[in-house]
Design a protein around this ligand. Structure first.
Ligand SMILES: CC(C)(COP(=O)(O)OP(=O)(O)OC[C@H]1O[C@@H](n2cnc3c(N)ncnc32)[C@H](O)[C@@H]1OP(=O)(O)O)[C@@H](O)C(=O)NCCC(=O)NCCS
Length: 379
């Protein structure tokens, strides 16, 4: 590539594709799926409506929504072999398990060898139904419970909580999970969606593209941040006095350590998803009679804003929200995937509908060309 080429690290501000799915304005703090503002969706939409919106570019009518709900219900029961595989995996990281299990699902998919647009759409719906079952079943079996069969009458968020806990969730928990899933569903060309699109553009199958997305989401700079936030809150301790909270955060900033859950490549304002998660963290804490995690989070937010001018992102208040709902920390990033599967598959389908191999260039900065060949005995 030309020597004068200037490369901004991390492809910052590089426009890598056209897309009709997600609109992001980082200066105004706007996020919209297919034109629908995230605040409207968080207030009114179910996750199923959000999936339909991302996959079809418009909201479903009642019949279309009913069809999608039936398709998701049909997809939720896991193949017997997958349940056996869950049993065989070592009790390690939830994202490692999700990576392996999603890959394994590809072997049992009835459309495994059909990559036509219709089959890819069926696989997108099926994967969305199955990944929620995988995460719930894996989480339940980690706690020593047996797998719970999905209930075809329940919606996606309710089913997830039911399959995880084994008991019928209350309306507040269902709505909180529905909102969390809607908020995390898509976010333009975030790292994992880009990875999934790059894989899809080689015309590999959709399971492979989604595994690429899962592997990318796992990292602590991306989806892994929500678990890191909760580990930090617990390290500080829910009964810690204000000066201890301040000392821990200021100490980290002085050592130039990053505080998980803060900062964003695109937003220069509050992440609009954080607005809803902050409210949820507070409301769930009040309902549970323990707002200490929320209050500590608020104090950290004020400190990081004052010291570094950084705003909380989607991961910061989702940590205390999930913790208050009694969800194990190891499931926080997998729950991100339970939602983001909708955005990944929407982007993969969009990529396939108008595909060209994604193959950028690198600005070469290695030894000058040409180098002289020196035989190995003379080196
Ligand atoms: C999201 C993130 C990866 C974006 O990174 P980016 O656009 O590459 O920005 P950089 O990492 O280059 O950060 C720019 C500056 O802000 C600082 N910064 C960014 N996020 C920070 C954080 N969470 N805590 C402390 N400082 C932070 C960096 O240290 C850097 O400071 P410097 O210029 O003095 O060196 C980054 O903000 C981050 O690592 N956040 C924590 C992880 C997280 O929450 N990820 C989930 C994202 S939704």
């Amino acid at each position: 590539m030309a020597a004068e080429a200037k490369v901004k690290g991390g492809l910052e501000d590089v426009v890598a594709t056209s897309s009709r799915i997600c609109f992001l304005d980082g200066d105004r703090g706007v996020l919209a799926y297919c034109g629908h503002d995230i605040h409207d969706l968080a207030r009114h939409a179910t996750f199923e409506e959000t999936c339909y919106l991302l996959w079809h570019g418009r909201l479903p009518n009642r019949a279309e929504l009913g069809d999608l709900q039936s398709q998701l219900a049909a997809a939720r029961p896991l193949p017997e072999a997958i349940i056996r595989l869950i049993n065989m995996l070592p009790p390690e990281d939830g994202m490692d398990a999700l990576r392996t299990l999603t890959s394994a699902l590809g072997h049992y998919d009835p459309d495994a060898h059909d990559n036509s647009p219709a089959a890819s759409y069926r696989k997108a719906v099926r994967l969305t139904g199955q990944i929620a079952s995988l995460v719930a079943t894996w989480g339940r079996m980690q706690q020593g419970g047996g797998p719970i069969a999905p209930d075809p009458v329940m919606g996606h968020a309710a089913n997830f909580l039911y399959m995880l806990s084994g008991s019928r969730p209350d309306a507040t928990s269902i709505r909180a999970m529905d909102i969390a899933l809607t908020l995390h569903a898509d976010h333009e060309l975030n790292a994992s969606t880009f990875a999934a699109r790059v894989a899809a553009a080689t015309l590999t199958d959709i399971h492979s593209a989604i595994v690429a997305g899962i592997c990318t989401l796992k990292g602590p700079l991306h989806g892994g941040a929500n678990a890191e936030v909760m580990k930090l809150l617990i390290e500080i301790g829910q009964d810690a006095p204000a000066d201890r909270i301040d000392a821990v955060i200021k100490g980290k900033l002085a050592r130039k350590e990053k505080i998980s859950g803060f900062g964003h490549r695109v937003y220069n304002t509050e992440d609009p998803r954080a607005t809803h998660l902050r409210q949820m963290s507070k409301a769930l804490g009040q309902k549970a009679g323990n707002t200490k995690w929320f209050e500590m989070s608020e104090r950290i937010e004020a400190l990081v804003k004052a010291e570094k001018k950084l705003y909380p992102n989607v991961d910061f208040y989702s940590a205390s929200t999930y913790y208050t709902m009694g969800i194990a920390i190891d499931l926080y990033t997998p729950i991100f995937a339970v939602s983001r599967i909708s955005g990944w598959t929407a982007h993969v389908l969009e990529q396939l509908a108008n595909n060209r191999l994604i193959r950028p260039r690198a600005d070469y900065t290695g030894p000058t060309y040409p180098q002289t060949w020196i035989p190995v005995e003379q080196r």
